[in-house]
Design a protein around this ligand. Structure first.
Ligand SMILES: [Zn+2]
Ligand SMILES: [Zn+2]
Length: 265
């Protein structure tokens, strides 16, 4: 079964196409399951340049329903990728999972609290302190029980350049938490599509981080490979991530419980 649980739509303002375009691409490539998991809106409108507004949520859900009707053979899950914090817990639980009946939520650690300020993980993890704050926020999301898996847990690599004792220590904390909370970690193929970054230890993708996943192999945890497609053609463009799984003999997660209710008897 070919599955991809991480795709976006134009609503996030940095992706192209609607659910139906991703469904078309997935169908063409022989996928059986895709999850639409655009960046969540927030009731307070935070970070609104890279996500839909709350007033677009109904339209997003309608677009998922429309794609389901157009591609009845494809299972299309209704998801969102969410930045966790305690103050958003109720919104995610009561509104998104409760009232709106989302099939699943992804923890997407793009922002973390540092010295009382929200800080961007893509660009602003330069110090040890920032790296530890990122790690703390990420582990809180895992402990919340709200999420089906964690997107790109090694996203810190896009701004924290070195694989050093701090990176190792934080990675171990993340991996231990994945075991403790039994939550799969995503190997995010979108990182491989980004320009390589120059570091004192050589050129590498911003994420996934090979040493992170090499370390992950020492833990009894599960991984999921997704395209994190921001363009319909990104679906299925996951070769390097699949190779990484094989290289370190990582265990793939079974997320089929998410689509169980849609399986035809
Ligand atoms: Zn995005
Ligand atoms: Zn994403």
């Amino acid at each position: 079964m070919r599955k991809d649980y991480h795709t976006h739509t134009f609503r996030c303002q940095h992706a192209i196409g609607d659910v139906i375009d991703y469904a078309a691409s997935a169908t063409k490539q022989g996928f059986q399951v895709i999850g639409s998991s655009d960046h969540t809106p927030f009731p307070d409108g935070r970070w609104n340049t890279v996500r839909m507004g709350l007033n677009e949520l109904d339209n997003y859900i309608a677009a998922i329903e429309e794609a389901k009707t157009a591609y009845p053979e494809l299972i299309i899950l209704k998801g969102l990728e969410c930045e966790y914090s305690k103050e958003s817990h109720n919104f995610f639980q009561e509104e998104l999972l409760g009232k709106y009946q989302f099939d699943y939520l992804i923890s997407g650690p793009h922002h973390f609290l540092y010295n009382g300020k929200w800080t961007g993980a893509h660009s602003y993890i330069k110090s040890k302190e920032e790296l530890y704050a990122y790690t703390k926020q990420l582990i809180e999301s895992m402990a919340s029980g709200l999420f089906a898996f964690v997107a790109h847990p090694d996203l810190f690599g896009s701004s924290y350049e070195l694989w050093d004792e701090n990176a190792i220590s934080c990675s171990k904390q993340i991996l231990e938490a994945a075991v403790e909370y039994q939550i799969p970690l995503e190997i995010n193929a979108n990182g491989f599509r980004k320009p390589l970054i120059e570091t004192p230890q050589g050129k590498r993708p911003p994420y996934p981080l090979y040493p992170f996943w090499e370390l992950a192999a020492e833990y009894d945890l599960h991984v999921v490979v997704n395209s994190d497609a921001h363009h319909p053609e990104n679906i299925g463009d996951i070769k390097e991530a699949v190779d990484l799984v094989k290289r370190y003999h990582l265990q793939l997660a079974d997320l089929s419980y998410l689509e169980e209710k849609y399986l035809k008897p």
